[in-house]
Ligand binder design. Structure first.
Ligand code: SAM
Ligand code: SF4
Length: 332
């Protein structure tokens, strides 16, 4: 087994795999209202391809996998994917990011398949606002999904909250309160310009300092909190709380220096950086380990030191973005 270092000495041991670009929702910051030209099923990596691909990554030192999408639980074989990846002894952590709509139905089978951790996206606690942000979603299904996840005792449950100015930034205290009462980690995430026209993004962006400001103004006492396997988030716990909260700030405080992740899109392209147009078609190389490894190394050798999200020259780039893909096609 080898270890994957890029030219800046960053060790890569984590791969995020989008297993579908299809989704049941159309979140305003992620997908256009009319949807996207979704991939036909033969364009998606098959179960066997995903498993062999993970085995190839394991030979390169990867030990941690996240399944994402689109909405990964839309795939009928989502639990089989988890089960077969879990059966690879070198994989020590397997997680999923989901909108939670199908979780009530699938939490048990996912737990039995060996899923360790779940991130559930929930940007508001109000039913009408949820319907607006997701363009049609029913919040009760997500809340039921969260309860099911709690009941099945996953090692870790996180709520992903993308903050949007004038839309849900009035709910920060409500979410902090939620983290006080529930044993989950509420993760506030800065909205990224991916899938978004630049002026829309600029209008909606909220810097996460606002959270500390609100805590201080409301005499909320919190302390740093060590959350195992927490990636780029910094975490805190309100004194006496059942849960915790975390901040993911890719714009105001880039965490690229410690980036350890690779991403595979739903159609089998490897992206070494989320906000970088370059990508490598690794699907044909999955059965050919040597060629697979060569492509992964090539991708890593070209990985930039930092993404350029939020920088002044961004508007000059092709389509105003350093990736042509929408977030639902990469996986977040
Ligand atoms: N459908 C699943 C879900 O919503 O959790 C998984 C895929 S979704 C692309 C993964 C994560 O990316 C979600 O937490 C979502 O909120 C986040 N996301 C999507 N577009 C984003 C954007 N423009 N900026 C920041 N986060 C975004
Ligand atoms: Fe679908 Fe997730 Fe994107 Fe929302 S954030 S549209 S649930 S892929």
């Amino acid at each position: 087994m080898e270890n994957l270092y890029d030219r800046y000495g960053r060790l890569h041991d984590y791969v995020r795999i989008s297993i579908t670009d299809h989704c049941s929702l159309r979140c305003v910051y992620c997908m256009p209202e009319e949807g996207l030209p979704f991939f036909s099923s033969d364009r998606l990596l098959s179960l066997d391809e995903i498993v062999q691909m993970v085995k190839n990554f394991v030979d390169l030192g990867v030990n941690k996998v996240r399944i994402t999408g689109g909405e990964p639980l839309l795939r009928k074989d989502a639990a089989d994917i988890v089960r077969r990846i879990h059966a690879i002894p070198e994989i020590t952590d397997i997680s999923i990011t989901t909108n939670g709509l199908l979780l009530k139905k699938k939490a048990k089978i996912l737990k039995e398949a060996g899923l360790d951790r779940i991130n559930i996206s929930l940007d508001t606690l109000r039913a009408d606002k949820y319907r607006n942000i997701t363009r049609g979603g029913n919040i009760q299904q997500v809340l039921d999904g969260i309860q099911a996840a709690i009941r099945w005792h996953f090692k870790q449950i996180k709520l992903n909250v993308v903050l949007l100015k004038g839309i849900n930034d009035d709910e920060i205290l409500d979410f902090l309160h939620y983290s006080y009462n529930h044993n989950v980690n509420v993760r506030f995430i800065e909205v990224m310009p991916i899938s978004n026209p630049i002026d829309k993004w600029q209008n909606e962006y909220v810097g996460l300092n606002k959270i500390f400001y609100l805590c201080d103004n409301n005499h909320i006492k919190y302390h740093p909190f060590d959350l195992p396997g927490n990636g780029p988030s910094e975490n805190y716990r309100i004194d006496g709380a059942a849960g915790s909260f975390g901040l993911i700030h890719p714009i105001s405080d880039r965490f690229c220096e410690t980036c350890n992740r690779l991403r595979v899109t739903a159609d089998g392209y490897l992206k070494a950086c989320l906000y970088w147009n370059e990508e490598f078609n690794i699907r044909p190389a999955i059965p050919h380990k040597e060629e697979f490894c060569r492509l992964v190394h090539q991708a890593l050798n070209n990985k930039p030191l930092n993404h350029k999200m939020g920088l002044n020259d961004m508007g000059k780039r092709v389509n105003g973005s350093s990736t042509w893909r929408h977030m639902s096609q990469i996986g977040g």
